[in-house]
Design a protein around this ligand. Sequence first.
Ligand SMILES: [Zn+2]
Length: 265
Amino acid sequence: MEITASTYRPKLALLEGAKLYKELHERVRAAQLFKRSYMFYALHALFVLMAIAISWYFLAVTANTILFSIIAMLLAMCLSQLGGYMHDAAHMMILKTKIMNDVAGTICASLALMNYNAWKIKHNAHHGHPNQEGHDPDIDIPLFSFTGTRYASKTGLARVLRRYQAYFYFPLTFLLAYSFQFKNNIEYFIREVKTGFRLSILGEMSLHLGGFFLWYVLPFLVFDLLRRCSLSRSFQRRSAFTLRASLLQITKGCQCSIEMPGCRF
Ligand SMILES: [Zn+2]
């Protein structure tokens, strides 16, 4: 059965739904979309993790503001890949078993300061009711209206901004990262603790605190330390990067040279 605008109905009978699902499943299988590629994920993850490490290194050693900003953007692009892995793990696309995918997803989510289970609940709700008002949490974004009903119901600042939401899309979606990292997770923790305390929730909270330390505390400590030249030089000497010479070329704006005694970033 083809679903078109004229045949689409939000509610299907159970048997009808099962039949449609079977057909869809067969088509997806025939297109080999269920076929995992371990090599793809291994090489992709290797590239992304290397890019993250290199970005961190460059961020730590450069004092050139423009270069710093460009590298920060590249780092952000690499980190968004962690979200992609988390998504694929939740759909059991990376590894064979659920538990292995959940472990991979939890690691990726924690590195990006997200909670895998909280996100998975939200994402399953999205796939269960894609783009359905009141059911799909992915379209429930305070300052945006994805439907006419929401557009009409906006009040306050959202009402003022709604006409210009296309222009605000990118700057405002930047704030979504904070919503994912804090609001969703805190709501999830409160909900889970209320329904009965489990040891696993304590583990998830610890992972979240670890992620918070990694992204919101450690950078200030590390960059502060690295800016003290003695530590920076010893860090750089120990570094295995052979890009040192080209780095110095790139960071021409930087007053500092690795060999230059008494340098300050
Ligand atoms: Zn999905």
